[in-house]
Design a protein around this ligand. Structure first.
Ligand SMILES: *[C@@H]1O[C@H](CO)[C@@H](O)[C@H](O)[C@H]1NC(C)=O
Ligand SMILES: *[C@@H]1O[C@H](CO)[C@@H](O)[C@H](O)[C@H]1NC(C)=O
Ligand SMILES: *[C@@H]1O[C@H](CO)[C@@H](O)[C@H](O)[C@H]1NC(C)=O
Length: 323
């Protein structure tokens, strides 16, 4: 129902933007030639040329991110309409994951268009944009994992290329290390940095396999966290042990702490063979800071990067979070 609602909404929103693009063909050519994928850039931006000049890099970044957003919305709508073509449960699972992943990508792109007015930095935008790109890779991987042969369902659009372009236009190079401050990526807030550095961070809830904590499974703890009062940072401490669980956190402000690499291990219990795609079997959630725990078998390192989760394409966090 929600999917249907959003698709309709996106459809309505996306019918107009293509008309807005009307930039000077010369400017479009010059700027697009500086991106890794000039062809889709030029071809979409010179649609309906109106000779509006492109005044500089920051404007070009906005235009390019808006373009990626519009195409992502269109792709989401197209993908949605292909649902009836799914031939079995595997295809349906990959398709449903993709819809959700495109939805996240759309949100991230939308936030990135004008990061500064949203109280964020170009660095944040870079992180959101890499997340947006990772999501689409995960979507594709879902189809490949399941060996879905129905080519019609494989999203073949240029959205990934357009996002790569925005990453390269943004001043932070895509391949560069994220910025670190005191050994932590800059998005880790000072309070969290302190928490992660302290040897025994204060846990709101303890998960322990041996029954010495509040709960024996991470999912029980997450379910308890969903009933907490307020929305402050909530720390779930997962004691050493191997947890065979599929962990998906859709709450804000949750921090997962473990006992260290090789000690606290989360292994996704769902396997692709069971009809679960990479996305659903990823043992990672959103809006999570994770420290000193290991998530293994999360489908070849495909992670869903939340606001506070480094995308798989970036180096692992310095405080030994292994994916
Ligand atoms: C979009 O990508 C397809 C390949 O997937 C390519 O054939 C097509 O030319 C691209 N469109 C543009 C405008 O670059
Ligand atoms: C983009 O963000 C704005 C402001 O938060 C919101 O009003 C708008 O609906 C969003 N658009 C999409 C397509 O998500
Ligand atoms: C990880 O996955 C491989 C193959 O997919 C499997 O053989 C192995 O048992 C899994 N390991 C764990 C700890 O689940």
């Amino acid at each position: 129902m929600a999917i249907r609602f959003y698709s309709t909404l996106y459809l309505v929103i996306c019918l107009s933007p293509l008309i807005i693009f009307g930039y000077s063909p010369n400017d479009v050519k010059t700027w697009c030639s500086q991106t890794p994928h000039p062809h889709p850039c030029e071809s979409f931006l010179s649609h309906n040329p109106n000779n509006i000049p492109i005044k500089g890099k920051s404007q070009f970044f906005k235009i390019s991110t808006q373009l990626a957003l519009d195409r992502a919305i269109l792709a989401h709508t197209n993908l949605y309409s292909l649902g009836s073509k799914c031939q079995n449960a595997h295809e349906k699972a990959a398709w449903a994951d993709c819809l959700e992943l495109y939805d996240y990508t759309i949100q991230k792109l939308n936030k990135s268009i004008d990061p500064v007015t949203n109280g964020a930095t170009q660095n944040d935008a870079q992180s959101w944009l890499s997340t947006a790109l990772t999501n689409l890779e995960t979507c594709l991987a879902g189809f490949i994992d399941l060996a879905v042969s129905n080519n019609q369902l494989m999203p073949s659009n240029n959205v990934s290329n357009l996002i790569s372009n925005t990453l390269s236009i943004n001043k932070v190079p895509y391949t560069s290390q994220p910025e670190y401050k005191q050994g932590f990526p800059t998005w880790v807030k000072p309070g969290d940095r302190k928490l992660l550095q302290s040897s025994s961070p204060k846990a709101d809830i303890v998960v322990a396999k041996d029954g010495s904590g509040n709960y024996k499974t991470i999912n029980e703890a997450i379910s308890a966290a969903s009933k907490r009062k307020g929305s402050g940072r909530y720390v779930i401490y997962v004691k050493a042990g191997s947890y065979k669980e599929n962990v998906q956190i859709k709450l804000n402000n949750i921090m997962l702490l473990g006992d260290g690499i090789g000690k606290t291990i989360i292994t996704g219990s769902k396997s692709v063979g069971g009809g679960t795609t990479t996305f659903n079997s990823a043992t990672v959630g959103y809006h999570v800071i994770s420290s000193d725990l290991e998530a293994s078998n999360s489908s070849a390192g495909n992670t869903i990067a939340g606001d506070s989760w480094l995308p798989a394409s970036q180096p692992p966090m310095p405080f030994s979070c292994a994916l």
